[in-house]
Design a protein around this ligand. Structure first.
Ligand code: PXP
Length: 251
């Protein structure tokens, strides 16, 4: 029987629409309008990261996006009491827990899960109890996946930043991601991936059969300056789909 690959969803991260808006302090361009356009262009969901310093997305953006879109909202957040209270109030479909340091330009590494299982379980259980899917943004390694399982994470999102940013390590990183995706899926955890993905790097990640969702922001928002957001999303989707189905069905 033909082995049909799992569908691969695209979550579009609209943080950097807010970065641009905040440069002038007004209301344009609107992350909510971008979220609606992204869904129209074929995104399966919207991702937004409310950082402690509110450098891009703000509290009112999260509420407005939640109200405006029917598609799932993936709320990226640090594991702090403040963010947990906001998540419980907003009720996104998923909360993706990321490490956060003020001085970093973007999320530079995965969450330190090993050794923090008890603290994270205590902090994060209210999210699960409220029906919010719990996702942990981690480096691709077995130990963090084991700990994620112990904590009760529904999803792990594998950090693709090193694979995308350092070509000299790309092949080894890709192997690590492939291995971790298979390992996590075998434990019953849903596998997502993201960070730094663009047209040139998405193919090999999309071909990993256990990965069910990619979250992509910076490249899509940047590329939309040249070709528009809808066209950028359409092209990304095509690359994702052709890589996944070509790999499996051989066309
Ligand atoms: N996934 C997570 C957990 C992230 O923190 C980010 C960046 O906010 C992304 C995906 C998207 O990364 P990029 O903007 O580089 O596509």
């Amino acid at each position: 029987m033909l082995d049909i690959p799992k569908p691969l969803r695209l979550g579009v991260n609209v943080d950097h629409v807010a970065t641009l808006r905040n440069a002038r302090g007004g209301v344009h361009p609107s992350p909510v309008a971008a979220a609606l356009l992204a869904i129209r262009a074929g995104a399966d969901g919207i991702t937004a990261h409310l950082r402690e310093d509110r450098r891009h997305i703000r509290d009112d953006d999260i509420t407005a996006i939640r109200e405006a879109i029917m598609a799932p909202l993936n709320f990226e957040m640090a594991a702090t009491d403040e963010m947990i209270a906001i998540a419980l109030d907003t009720k996104p479909n998923a909360a993706c827990i990321v490490p956060e340091r003020r001085e970093e330009v973007t999320t530079e590494g995965g969450l330190a899960v090993v050794g923090n299982e008890d603290r994270l379980t205590d902090l994060l259980m209210p999210l699960k109890e409220a029906g919010i899917r719990l996702s942990l943004f981690i480096e691709a390694n077995e130990a963090d996946i084991d700990s994620a399982k112990q904590i009760g994470a529904d999803i792990v999102e594998l950090h693709t930043g090193n694979y995308c940013n350092d070509l000299s390590k790309g092949r080894a990183e890709l192997e690590r991601i492939r291995h971790a995706a298979a390992y996590g899926a075998n434990l019953g955890i849903e596998i997502h991936a993201g960070h730094g993905l663009g047209f040139d790097t998405v193919g090999p990640i999309a071909a990993i059969p256990e990965i069910e969702e990619l979250n992509i922001g910076h490249f899509l928002i940047g590329e939309s300056l040249f070709c528009g957001l809808e066209a950028a999303i359409t092209e990304m989707r095509q690359k994702m789909q052709s890589s996944r189905y070509h790999n499996k069905l051989g066309y």
